[in-house]
Write a protein that binds this ligand. Structure first.
Ligand code: HEC
Length: 143
């Protein structure tokens, strides 16, 4: 029997080192993730999320049979205003003629919709379908 107390004491030391290593690893991983996140510009994603929410609200209106100009016009105006910022948000893409084409198609759809704001659900359905196609067209090339 040589030094029976040694084994448990070593085990707890290893356990301490293991736990300390795990904790340091977690802290380092969180710090690295935050540093990566801080370097990303939140503007493009935010613009897209707000546009998505506005489109979603238009679709919801249609499903709930709320298709008066009062329901649709504010959403369309917001989308139209947001569409002016596509170039600002995607500075790296704005020199691409295809991006410009998609962006101006999207703005044209909104201009038409604003010039004759949908006042019933059939007209609203046509507008939301066209808008959805415009979103999809740009995403197919650039997302
Ligand atoms: C002219 C181009 C263009 C148009 C039009 C466009 N998008 Fe986008 N969208 C993009 C690009 C580019 C990305 C990729 C952004 C990124 O990964 O940073 C994107 C990404 C997104 C995302 C994901 C964002 C994220 O951070 O995860 C959503 C949601 C989105 N778009 C919704 C829409 C909706 C809804 C419409 C139409 C109402 C629309 N987009 C119209 C170019 C466009």
């Amino acid at each position: 029997m040589t030094e029976p107390s040694r084994t448990p004491s070593n085990a707890s030391r290893y356990l301490f080192v293991l736990i300390a290593g795990l904790l340091i690893g977690i802290v380092a991983a969180v710090m690295a993730m935050r540093a990566i996140q801080a370097r990303q510009d939140p503007f493009p994603g935010s613009l897209m999320h707000v546009m998505a929410r506005q489109s979603q609200m238009l679709n919801d209106s249609r499903k709930q049979n709320r298709c008066t100009v009062n329901d649709t016009l504010p959403r369309l105006q917001t989308l139209r205003a947001l569409s002016n910022d596509l170039d600002l948000a995607f500075a790296g893409l704005r020199d691409d003629p295809r991006f410009q084409q998609h962006a101006s198609r999207f703005r044209a759809t909104l201009n038409d919709a604003l010039a004759a704001a949908p006042a019933d659900c059939t007209a609203l359905a046509a507008v939301t379908e066209q808008l959805g196609n415009d979103c999809k067209a740009c995403h197919q090339d650039f997302r």
